[in-house]
Design a protein around this ligand. Sequence first.
Ligand code: ASP
Ligand code: MG
Length: 410
Amino acid sequence: MSLIVQKYGGSSVADPDKIAHVARRVAETAAQGHQLVVVVSAMGKTTDALLALAQQVAPTPPPRELDLLLATGEQASSALLAMALQALGRPARAFTGAQVGIYTDTVHGQARIRRIENERIRHSLDSGEVVVVAGFQGVTPEEDITTLGRGGSDLTAVALAAALKADLCEIYTDVDGVYTADPNIVPDARKLSRISYDEMLEMASLGAKVLQARSVEFAKKYTVPVHVRSSFKPTPGTLVTKEDSRMEEVVVTGLTHDRSQAKVSILRVPDRPGIAAQIFGAVAAENIVVDMIVQNISRDGYTDISFTLPRGDRARAVTALEQVARQIGAQGVQFDDRIAKVSIVGVGMRRHSGVAARMFSVLARERINIQMISTSEIAVSCVIEDKYTELAVRALHEAFELGKERTAAE
Ligand code: ASP
Ligand code: MG
């Protein structure tokens, strides 16, 4: 008998029929004699709807009350799933994050899990029940409800799997695994049977939306094997797991793109100590997370600084920076919303050279101009003009032969 944590995303529990379908799947697994903890997201687009509702009554909703509101989405879906399971004759019990002792810090909207008390879950499992947990939420030591950031139900599942020392954590979603590229853009994109934590982390942070990045960090830290698979198809998905030597033989594992960012440049910034701190201090004060940063070498004591950030935060950043630009005597602030970031990822890059050069030459061959470049140990990202995204992704997929079945890595 094994202990399995399963998580079902919003699209998998979007309506009563889908909840009934999930209940049947859960009941089948339970009937095989496994102990089951099931984490659910809110139904469909509930979280977005609740956010919009809050904004209609307050332009900037207070974070504590916003969390109290958002957490109700998962409370509803978990209660409904437990009801559906009981209707099938399968004993089940639904709990909120607070009820199962998921304790977090007090950062509303982005809370971090500090501690999980698992007695209540254990007790319920031992009495033969399927435990259904509302994802995305926890509680502070002062008993205020918190949420774990968008996509946070993945984190709930991985954290519970770690705390309960589960044998497996399965993430059920509307795609059947992690692909070498977005199959909507690249028809011969291939489903990966395995991917390392580090690669998945890069893919998640660089724009692939299969798993929440923080949940992958957590899985890596506690070595929780995570199986990403489809709620609608029985086929196996992608196992996110510890790196093995076979993975390093492949230079590029996958590629990803992100069209949600904007680029901001501060022009003719006086080149002296403290200026970058002042610029990015102003952005941080707006709680904006910046991504790629490029500073040119200085000419005649001035330089340009560019960076990327979520497009939704661009207007606020520019307003804040125009003020800073005046204070420090920079020439001005420019922005561009029509950008995309295209990235290649692979642990094999640690051992192979010339990978970045190959990427640049593929883009050059397609006459795509590179606006910014950033690299990590296992990824290279280029910012390009948005309208070339599809072209770039297809050309790179082809050039790195990602569509080909590789015996070494599979
Ligand atoms: N319902 C939350 C969201 O939409 C959490 C989740 O789905 O994982 O972000
Ligand atoms: Mg999700």
